[in-house]
Design a protein around this ligand. Structure first.
Ligand code: 5GP
Length: 146
């Protein structure tokens, strides 16, 4: 049951925080890190994680870490709005594999939404990743708005 378990130090977000795999940074402070999703649900889809909490999901996260994460979610959502002018912003967070969780380091999705486009979260094919140069250009646009 994926709601319960031991934090895996080798999970992909832990490796990003350790600098062992690259990511496209949007924002960083002492406690949190925000970066673009590699398989975006829409243009500008980003993720916010705690740098120190080993919570796998919202059921086990420290209140302090959660508050830090959500403060960064607000900052990133505002910068994303200024940069991309979406019609809506979908903030989402999944707990356990049956709910759609695939990475077991608590994270919050920020997904810009536009009128007439899908508002679903779709499962991507493995290996179907966004073009790194496109993500980098998008990150520069969003970073300029903090
Ligand atoms: P979950 O389904 O667990 O809520 O979301 C995990 C998210 O992490 C997915 O949207 C997926 O595209 C993203 N993701 C998985 N691996 C990587 C990676 O190596 N780099 C980045 N930037 N995002 C990733």
């Amino acid at each position: 049951m994926s709601l319960d378990g031991i934090y895996d130090d080798g999970n992909v977000f832990a490796l990003i925080l350790q600098g062992k795999i690259p990511s496209t940074k949007l924002y960083e402070d002492e406690h949190t890190y925000a970066f673009l999703d590699i398989q975006p649900q829409s243009k500008g889809h980003s993720l916010v994680i705690s740098k120190w909490s080993r919570a796998r999901n919202i059921l086990e996260v420290e209140d302090e870490a959660l508050a830090q994460i959500m403060a960064t979610v607000k900052k990133v959502a505002n910068a994303t709005r200024k940069a991309l002018d979406p019609d809506g912003i979908h903030v989402a967070q999944f707990n356990g594999a049956p709910a759609g969780q695939t990475v077991f380091h608590l994270h919050v999705h920020i997904v810009p939404r536009w009128e007439g486009q899908s508002r679903n979260f779709v499962a991507h094919a493995q290996g179907d990743f966004a073009d790194p140069a496109t993500l980098q250009a998008l990150a520069e646009e969003i970073r300029a708005q903090f």
